[in-house]
Every structure is written in C-alpha cells, then in structure tokens.
Design a protein around this ligand. Sequence first.
Ligand code: ATP
Length: 247
Amino acid sequence: RTQDTLLEVNNIEVIYNHVILVLKGVSLNVPKGGITALLGGNGAGKTTTLKAISNLLHSERGEVTKGSILYRGERVQDLNPADLVKKGVIQVMEGRHCFEHLTVEENLLTGAYTRPDKGAIAADLEMVYTYFPRLKERRKSQAGYTSGGEQQMTAIGRALMSRPETILLDEPSMGLAPQLVEQIFEIVKSVNENEGVTFLLAEQNTNVALRYAHYGYILESGRIVMDGPAADLRENPDVKEFYLGMA
Ligand code: ATP
C-alpha cells in the first residue's frame, strides 16, 4: 500500500444468491486526489464492485465471500453504508436516484443530513451551484420533472453536500446525450481539481472516461484484465480495438 492510497480492494469475490459468482478476484487501488475509472461492458461487474465497496449488496442477496476492502488502511466491509459516509465515502448510484417529489434544492439538502454544522450548509449549497449553475436555475422545480442530465447533476450535487473525501460514481454517462456527458465529466474534473475530491467512477463509455480519468481498470466477466495510466490505455492496441472501436 503506497502512502497516498485511500481505497484498496484486495482480491474480492462476490456471490449473489449463494451461488452466482460475479466477481472472481477483483483488486484495485484508488489514490487520494485522483480520478480512477473502472471500465467494462454491460454485466462485467462494475456496479457490483462499487456496491461491494459501499456495502449495498445485502439488499440484493449479494455478499463479499473473499478478499478485503480497506479505506485509509482500515477494514470497511462490515460497516453499514451510513458509517461509510461518515468516513467520507459516498456513492452516486446508477440511474440517478433523485427524490422525485422533492425540489432540486430539497434533494441537495438531503445530502447534508449527516452533518452537524448547519451553518456551513448554506455555503455548500452555493458551492454546488457554482459547479452546477443549471441546478440553481432549477432549484424550485420538482426533481422528477427535470431532465435526465439535471437529475444526474442533482445526484452528484447531493453527494457533494456531504463534503465527501471520495465519491463512487456509477455510470454517470448513462442515457445522456454526448454533449451532456462531456459537461458532466468537465464538472467531475473541476470538482476533483478544486475541491480535491477523489473519484472512482464506473463507466461503459471508455472513450470519455479515459480522457478524464488518471488511471483505469478494465473489468471483463468479473476479472480485471488490464490496468494502467489512462494515457497508456488510450494508446493500447487492444483497448483501441475492443473498447474504443478504433481497429
Ligand atoms: P451494467 O453496466 O449493466 O450495470 P455492470 O458491469 O455494472 O453492468 P453488474 O451490474 O455488476 O455489471 O452485474 C454483473 C453481473 O452480476 C451480471 O451478470 C448480472 O446479471 C449479475 N447480477 C447483478 N445483480 C444481481 C443480483 N442481484 N442477483 C443475481 N445476479 C446479479
């Protein structure tokens, strides 16, 4: 473990329903201050990996049966998700998951629920609005009636309201037009640079993810088949052929 590793996943195995082996020994390192991408096609196990880290598998009858997950060197796989949030790790689920009947602003405020310092919350709301000016315009709208892109922004904004050290971001590009995808990744990049937030993001869109991430892991059928600095992966002939469609 290097000194600046925040999150360390060591050779984990995940089984659903006691029989379906989905992760077959996945290891990865997430350094502090970086953007790390977990890449791979549909069903490769990206979501399962993120849920294993944030302990969200139980409700789906999944469990980590081997390996370990450490955050700042401390074993976290037996914590409940709320305790992990207190340690600074928050997951933005695939498919955005806003509270549809609440306004955009109310959604953002729910992200601050674990925090005692109510005074700082107003300032953080403004911080979120500087990254997402569109959300400020839409703050009184019912979230369920906002666009897919706005809901994705709301989900990320809500995560930021907990002042996380690390965000686990599941498939931010899903269902969004290319221009919006680019916009979301630009915001991720500036949050990373300006707030120092560490990201682990799961993405099927290899092309965009490798342009913004510093390091990438490629998952195939529950195994990491390749990893390296994003710049190297972009130039790798196999990645070009199978993931970037540039054969
Ligand atoms: P996607 O982009 O479609 O979300 P993914 O890489 O995130 O893909 P996972 O959602 O982690 O993949 O799924 C990995 C495998 O685990 C798939 O074969 C999927 O069918 C299976 N799986 C996921 N959830 C469950 C579950 N609750 N019970 C049984 N099998 C599951």
